[in-house]
Design a protein around this ligand. Structure first.
Ligand code: ADP
Ligand code: MG
Length: 300
């Protein structure tokens, strides 16, 4: 196991930012840590990276305890903090060499060159960080986080504020990096998780509300929502007796029907209508996306 979080609670004064949070991240997984603003994502990441201590509970990273072996933990982790604090007056190369020296890595120059190539910074490598676009600054942040070749990468909202092209580039880069490392990234955007992550942990108000393979969560929670309007009154009982229908409500003469994605209930509904001499005025289907699951789990 790369990261083991056990019963973490964090209080800021009176305010509880995390409440008894536990989860694991396996090696070489890409895990999305998803939640609305204020859910406790950054707090959790700061605890994992030894920036702040928890109030209660323990975290271990590659077998090292964050409370007792923080120096070892920091060696294992590359961290891209939420607001990517870079020295804007430094040159890209100079900054990366500076970071490499902080970690006392050998062959700093060689390693910086490698990181510049990995993160696609070649054309910008001789500029000042302050002169770079947000997308390139994120690349510098990623190069900085990986300079000491950590096993685990923790990224706090790595794609927030990027334009669609930059977003695509950074996502591709994260997927590439994720092939050899354990990656935990936070985001408040569902599509982000669908695009990049093997697994999703959803956090809301300091508590874990879901923890599942992205695919499983999608499959288990994807339902069809069918709206149908008949030209006659039909009872709830009759609707529910139709094969595939799981639930139904009548809203302004329109039935809203929930069905599993396996069967096409529209056909059944249509057959039912024909058999009973009922006219079908409208019949529509939409799929509920992971996005809706996220909304349902995090709005209270
Ligand atoms: P997220 O990253 O999911 O947006 P945070 O971990 O930043 O959430 O914050 C979780 C909660 O803790 C929020 O209600 C936030 O206001 C509060 N919080 C975060 N940092 C501090 C702090 N240094 N002092 C007091 N409250 C804080
Ligand atoms: Mg945050």
């Amino acid at each position: 196991m790369s990261i083991e979080v056990k019963n973490i609670t964090k209080l800021y004064g009176e305010q509880k930012a995390l409440n008894n949070v536990s989860f694991n991240v396996g090696s070489n997984e890409i895990v999305g840590f998803l939640g609305p603003n204020g859910a406790g994502k950054s707090t959790m990441m700061k605890i994992i990276t030894c920036y702040i201590p928890p109030t209660e509970g323990t975290v271990s990273v590659c077998g090292f305890d964050t409370n007792e072996q923080s120096i070892e933990v920091r060696k294992q982790i590359g961290y891209l903090p939420e607001h990517n604090p870079l020295y804007l007056d430094m040159y890209v190369k100079e900054f990366l060499e500076f970071t490499g020296n902080l970690y006392k890595i050998k062959n700093t120059k060689e390693r910086v060159k490698e990181m510049i190539e990995t993160t696609g910074l070649q054309i910008e490598q001789n500029k000042k960080i302050g002169a770079l676009s947000k997308g390139y600054r994120q690349r510098v942040g990623l190069a900085q986080a990986m300079i000491h070749d950590p096993k685990v990468l923790i990224m706090d909202e790595p794609t927030t504020g990027l334009d669609p092209n930059q977003l695509e580039d950074i996502r591709a880069l994260i997927i590439k990096l994720g092939k050899e490392k354990t990656v935990m990234l936070s985001t408040h955007i569902m599509q982000e998780v669908e695009a990049m992550c093997d697994r999703v942990i959803i956090i809301n108000k300091g508590e874990i509300v879901a923890n599942d393979q992205t695919q499983t969560l999608q499959q288990n929670t994807t339902k069809q929502l069918i709206t149908v309007e008949f030209d006659k009154d039909v009872s709830l009982q009759a609707i529910k007796s139709i094969t595939g229908v799981e639930d139904a409500v009548l809203v302004d003469k329109t039935w809203k029907i929930v069905a599993s994605i396996e069967s096409d209930v529209r056909k059944e509904l249509f057959n039912y209508a024909v058999k009973n001499n009922i006219g079908v005025l409208t019949l529509n289907k939409e799929e509920q996306k992971l996005e809706d699951v996220f909304k349902a789990l995090t709005k209270k």
